[in-house]
Design a protein around this ligand. Sequence first.
Ligand SMILES: [Zn+2]
Ligand SMILES: [Zn+2]
Length: 341
Amino acid sequence: MMKQIVLTAKETFEMREVPVPEITSDQALVRVKAVGICGSDIHAYYGEHPFMSFPIVLGHEMAGEIVELGDNVSDKKVGDRVVMRPQKVCGRCRPCRQGRYNICESLEVVGCQCMGGSSEYFAVDAELLYRLPENVDFIQGTVIEPLSVAVHAVKRGLNDPEGKNVLVLGAGTIGNLVAQSAKALGASKIMVTDFYDDKLEIARECGIDCAVNTGREDLADAIEKYFGSEGIDAVYECTANPKALNQVLGCVGKGIPIVIVGVFAGLPGINIANVQDREYSLIGTLMYVHEDYVEAIRLADDGKIDIHTLISRVFPIKDCKEAYEYIEANKQKAQKVILTV
Ligand SMILES: [Zn+2]
Ligand SMILES: [Zn+2]
């Protein structure tokens, strides 16, 4: 038997004793070591996630150690330290056939639409597991998932970020990682904005030189001051705030890509007339593919991403309710919060 944490209702976790799962011949059994809390988990916790229902075992940002392998698995071994790419895809729909399985027509995210890794052991298709480099521990390893989101987003906007100038709206976990990824992939000037000084300070600590509080400073002035006549090559919207996006649509140079990374609620009022007239390319981005995971792990291995500074707190998983309460009470500064198993 093993312990499992189940979100049974709004703001209610239950610790259950369940059998250790059996694996199929294509699966691995992972002894879970750490699970990250994501923005989508927080929505689920408050019963506000449109595509999740109770009861659910959360945990798509999972790191652990392989303890058992199915007969068909030859590229992994028992004892491997791994992270999971939590995507179940059909392999047959049009996006899947084009290699864009991150937008599979019947995509299931492990830990969102099906059972996640918040338990002592987790059975998962071995092809979804990636070996962690030695110098990335399990706690940092959980951040490979959101880092892959960031790497994918950066590449949606810029084929080759080398030497490009980038504006990132929002200094939360994803905005921070988008800014860091852009820098790690060779971008030249990077500006990140937010209303919270604590998050801007964390961005600076992570090596993003220009972090602007747009609650106090005028965005257009800040852009003019930092980028001057060089201008901006791509914008990454990570706030999910229509006001922030509209501000940018009015003042950044014409003709550039604007990547929508934030998850907007409802029907935001966006100034589409400016998109047309200034010939912006509005680009969506969702999750990642295999290559983004490989890239994210490489960047973490090379020490090009400061994961350590981004981790605000670590809680044992039995105190997960406390962890969610900590996040709620520290909105202005809490970034990544990790649960250890
Ligand atoms: Zn996540
Ligand atoms: Zn598909």
